[in-house]
Design a protein around this ligand. Structure first.
Ligand code: GDG
Length: 731
C-alpha cells in the first residue's frame, strides 16, 4: 500500500508509468523504465509520494494491478489497446507532435484518425485523474502525449489545481501553426494554472503562438496569459539532475582497465532521429580523416538505447547507424584499434557512470532536444581528470551550459573542429570549463527544479492587470497610423453587459460618454451592428452621429449613408409572423419570442437550465421548417431569412457605400463583437481589418484578438477617443 497523505498530494500523469511490464510464463514483472522524464520525476515521487497515472507499456489484464515493492507512491495504470497504441502513441504523439515540436516538420505524419484516438486516450487519462483527485491535490501533467488532458479535467472540475510541464521543445510559431489541431493543443495547455518549459526560448515561442493563434493577451515580463476569466502562469523551469547522486555513483563506479593514453569520446542517447547520431558519426569520421594523430589514440563509444522499435523510421535509423559504424570501423580500424564501440542496448547505471567519468569528451549533438540530461549527467560524473562537453546549440541545455563547446550539429565540419579542439584542450582549460559547469549543475539540481516548479504551481496566481490603453497602442498603433477609423461595434455583450431580459440591458454611462467622444472626432466613424431591430437599437444607444445596422444588418441608417432596407425584408416579414406563431407552441415558462420584422429571436435565458437544450432543439426545427435559417445565440436561437445577408455583408455595405470599393485604402476598419453572429463580420474583414472577440474563450473565433469583457471594450473606446488626430474621414 502507498504511504501517501490524503491532502495536497501530487497526482502525476505521464504517458508511461516508470515501470515496464514483462510477462514470463504468465507471471507479471514490473521493471523500472528509462528515459529523461522518468529520470526526472521518479526521485521526486519517491520523496513526496502520491499517485502516478500512466500506461504500463505491456498488456495488463483488467483484474491485474501493478505493485512495486516498497514504493512510496501508487501506480494507476491506464490500459491501451493495440489500436490505441498505434494511433495515439505511435501515430499522433510520436508521428505528428514529436517531429513537429523538434522542428522537423517534413517527418510529420498527419492523419485525422490518429488525432481522434489521441483525443479519446487523453480523455481516458483525464478520467483516471478525476477518479483519483481529492480536494487540494495538485494534478501535474507531463509532456506532449497528454496536452489535451488539462482542459478535459478543468471542464469537469473547474476549481482543480492543474500544472503542465513539457519535456520537449516548444516550436516557433511558424512551425507550430502547421499543426491542424494547434487550437486544441494551446487550449489544452491554457487550462492549467501553470505551464512550464525547459527554456526561455520555448516560453517565448509559446507566447508567440497563444498571442498570434488564439488572440490571447500575454504579459511576457511577468509570464502570464489571459485566458477568459483565468490567468495562466507560464515560465521556464530548466530541469536539473540529482547531482550528488551522479557524483557519488561516479566515485563508486567500477574502474575498468582501459588502454593507457586513449581518449574516449562518448555518446549516450535513445536511438532517435532527433539525437543526431548519424551526423555525429560523420563528424567523428571527418575528425579521423583530417587529423591522423587521433587514429589509434581516440575511441568513440556510442550507446544507443533502442526506442520505438516498431516504427519503420526508427528501424531505418538503426540500419543507417549500423552501416555508418561498419563503414567507419572498416575504413580506419586496425587489428589493435576499433574506432567506434557501438552499444545498441541499455547499459546498467554503474557502467554508464564509469563511462561518464572516464570519457575525455562527451559528444552531445542532438538536432533538437528539449533539455538533454546526458550533458548534465556527464558533467556531474567528471570526478577524475576533467573532460570537455561538446554540446549542440539546439539542445535546451545549451541555454545555460555556456562553458561547453557549443556546436551546430548539422555542420559536420564544425563539429569535427570542436571535437578536435576538445581532444587537444590543455588540462587547465578543461578544468576551468568543467568546474564552472559543475558549480552551476550542482546549484540547479533536480531538487531546485522541483521546488521552483511546485512553488509556482501552488502559490496564488495573481490575475493579470486589466487591459490598458498601452495594449491597444501595441496592437493597433501601426495599423491605424494617421488613417481615419471606421469602428463597428456589436451591442449586447460588447458595449452593454448582458441582462436577464433584452429590455433591461443598459448602456453604461461611461460607455455613452466615450462613444460620444469617438463620434465627435472628424477622423472616426462609429457604427453599432446588432441583431436588435433598428428602432430598438436606436432607443438603447441614442447618440448623435452613430451609424445603426439593425436586424443583423438588414436595415441600416446613419450619417453619410442612404437608408438601406434589404429588398427581401418585406416578403419575409409576413412569413416571420407565421413563424412567431409556430414558436409560440413552445409553451415553457421563461421562453418568449422577440419579433423584429424579418428576423426573430426565441429567448430562453429565464427557462429552467436543464430544459435549454430541448428548447433550442425544438426552436431550430420550427425555424428550419418555416424556411428560415437558425442560428444559436446566447441563451437564444435566432431565425433569419435565408437571403445570404449577415453582419459581414452589412459592414462591407457601409464601407463600400461611404468610402467606395477601395475603402481599405482610405479608412481602417475595426470590428468588435461577442457572439456567433459576429463571426460573419470577422470573416468578412479577414486580412482587411482588425477584429476583437469579447468574452470567454470557449468558442473558436476568426477574430484576431480576444477581449475579456465589456470593460476591455470601454478601454478600447478610450484609446480610440484619445488617440493622436488622424486624417479626417473622406467624403
Ligand atoms: C526527454 C527529452 C529532456 C540513456 N541511456 C542509458 C540510460 N539513459 C538515460 C540517461 C538520461 C536519460 O536516459 C535520457 O535523457 P535525455 O534528457 O537525454 O533524453 P530523452 O529520453 O529524450 O528525454 C529531453 C528529458 O525528457 C527530461 O525532460 O531532457 O530533452 O527529449 O537520464 O542517463 N540509462 C541507463 N543506461 C543506458 O544505457 N541506465
Amino acid at each position: 500500500m502507498s504511504s501517501e497523505s490524503k491532502s495536497n498530494r501530487l497526482i502525476v500523469l505521464s504517458n508511461r508509468l516508470p515501470v515496464t511490464l514483462k510477462r514470463t510464463r504468465g507471471a507479471l514483472k514490473a521493471e523500472r523504465s528509462g528515459g529523461g522524464l522518468v529520470a526526472a520525476m521518479e526521485p521526486a515521487m519517491r520523496q513526496r509520494g502520491g499517485v502516478w497515472i500512466g500506461w504500463p507499456g505491456g498488456r495488463l489484464r483488467p483484474e491485474e494491478s501493478i505493485d512495486v515493492e516498497e514504493s512510496p507512491y501508487r501506480l494507476h495504470p491506464v490500459r491501451l489497446s493495440d489500436h490505441e497504441t498505434r494511433r495515439f502513441y505511435h501515430g499522433y504523439s510520436n508521428g505528428t507532435l514529436w517531429p513537429l515540436f523538434h522542428s522537423l516538420p517534413e517527418r510529420m505524419v498527419l492523419d485525422r484518425r490518429n488525432y481522434e484516438v489521441f483525443e479519446s486516450v487523453n480523455a481516458r487519462f483525464a478520467e483516471a485523474a478525476l477518479e483519483e483527485m481529492e480536494e487540494g491535490d495538485l494534478v501535474w501533467v507531463h509532456d506532449y502525449q497528454l496536452v489535451l488532458c488539462p482542459e478535459l479535467v478543468r471542464r469537469r472540475r473547474p476549481t482543480s489545481r492543474l500544472a503542465f510541464f513539457l519535456h520537449i521543445p516548444f516550436p516557433p510559431y511558424d512551425l507550430f501553426r502547421i499543426l491542424p489541431s494547434y487550437r486544441e493543443v494551446l487550449r489544452g495547455l491554457l487550462a492549467c494554472d501553470l505551464v512550464g518549459f525547459h527554456s526561455a526560448g520555448y516560453v517565448s515561442n509559446f507566447f508567440d503562438c497563444v498571442e498570434r493563434l488564439l488572440g490571447a493577451r500575454v504579459d511576457r515580463e511577468r509570464g502570464r496569459v489571459e485566458h477568459g476569466d483565468r490567468t495562466v502562469r507560464v515560465g521556464a523551469f530548466p530541469l536539473g539532475i540529482d547531482y550528488d547522486e551522479y557524483e557519488h555513483r561516479a566515485r563508486t563506479a567500477p574502474r575498468p582497465r582501459r588502454p593507457v593514453g586513449q581518449q574516449i569520446v562518448l555518446g549516450v542517447d535513445r536511438l532517435d532521429y532527433t539525437k543526431g547520431i548519424p551526423e555525429r558519426l560523420l563528424a567523428y569520421e571527418r575528425l579521423l580523416e583530417l587529423h591522423r594523430p587521433h587514429r589509434g589514440a581516440v575511441t568513440m563509444i556510442q550507446v544507443a538505447v533502442p526506442s520505438r522499435e516498431q516504427v519503420t523510421e526508427y528501424q531505418q535509423l538503426k540500419r543507417q547507424i549500423d552501416e555508418l559504424v561498419g563503414r567507419i570501423n572498416g575504413r580506419f580500424g586496425t587489428s589493435l584499434w576499433t574506432p567506434i564501440h557501438y552499444i545498441n542496448r541499455s547499459i546498467p547505471g554503474p557502467r554508464l557512470s564509469a563511462l561518464y567519468r572516464d570519457a575525455s569528451v562527451a559528444l552531445v549533438t542532438p538536432l533538437r532536444d528539449g533539455m538533454n540530461l546526458v550533458a548534465k549527467e556527464f558533467v556531474a560524473s567528471q570526478t577524475d581528470q576533467p573532460g570537455v562537453l561538446v554540446l549542440s546549440r539546439m539542445a535546451g541545455a545549451a541555454e545555460s551550459m555556456l562553458e561547453s563547446l557549443l556546436v551546430n550539429p548539422y555542420n559536420i565540419d564544425s563539429v569535427a573542429d570542436a571535437l578536435h579542439r576538445a581532444l587537444e584542450m590543455p588540462p587547465d582549460q578543461r578544468e576551468t570549463r568543467m568546474r564552472a559547469l559543475q558549480r552551476r549543475e550542482r546549484r540547479h539540481d533536480l531538487d531546485k527544479w522541483l521546488g521552483d516548479f511546485l512553488d509556482a504551481a501552488t502559490s496564488s496566481n495573481h490575475a493579470m492587470a486589466p487591459v490598458r490603453e498601452a495594449d491597444f497602442d501595441a496592437w493597433l498603433g501601426d495599423f491605424v497610423g494617421e488613417h481615419p477609423l471606421a469602428v463597428f461595434l456589436d451591442f449586447d455583450g460588447t458595449l452593454a453587459p448582458i441582462a436577464a431580459h433584452p429590455s433591461m440591458v443598459k448602456l453604461p454611462a461611461e460607455t455613452i460618454e466615450w462613444l460620444e467622444r469617438c463620434v465627435a472626432r472628424p477622423d472616426t466613424q462609429v457604427a453599432i451592428v446588432s441583431g436588435r431591430s433598428l428602432r430598438d437599437i436606436r432607443m438603447h444607444a441614442p447618440i448623435d452621429g452613430l451609424v445603426y445596422a439593425g436586424n443583423h444588418g438588414l436595415e441600416i441608417e446613419g450619417p453619410g449613408l442612404d437608408a438601406f432596407r434589404h429588398t427581401d425584408t418585406a416578403h419575409y416579414r409576413e412569413r416571420g409572423e407565421a413563424l412567431a406563431e409556430a414558436l409560440a407552441s413552445i409553451d415553457v415558462p421563461g421562453v418568449w419570442t422577440e419579433q423584429k420584422g424579418a428576423t426573430l429571436t426565441l429567448h430562453f435565458r429565464e427557462a429552467a437550465r436543464d430544459e435549454h437544450d430541448a428548447i433550442a432543439q425544438r426552436a431550430r426545427e420550427l425555424i428550419l421548417a418555416a424556411g428560415f435559417q437558425a442560428r444559436d445565440a446566447l441563451c437564444a436561437v435566432e431565425g433569419r431569412p435565408p437571403i445570404g445577408w449577415d453582419k459581414g455583408h452589412a459592414v462591407l455595405h457601409v464601407l463600400r457605400e461611404r468610402y467606395g470599393p477601395g475603402w481599405s485604402e482610405s479608412v481602417r476598419a475595426i470590428y468588435v463583437g461577442d457572439d456567433e453572429t459576429d463571426e460573419d463580420a470577422f470573416r468578412a474583414l479577414l486580412g482587411l481589418g482588425q477584429t476583437f472577440r469579447v468574452g470567454p474563450p470557449t468558442e473558436p473565433t476568426r477574430a484576431r484578438r480576444r477581449l475579456s469583457g465589456v470593460g476591455a471594450v470601454q478601454t478600447l473606446l478610450r484609446w480610440i477617443a484619445g488617440r493622436r488626430p488622424g486624417r479626417p474621414l473622406p467624403g
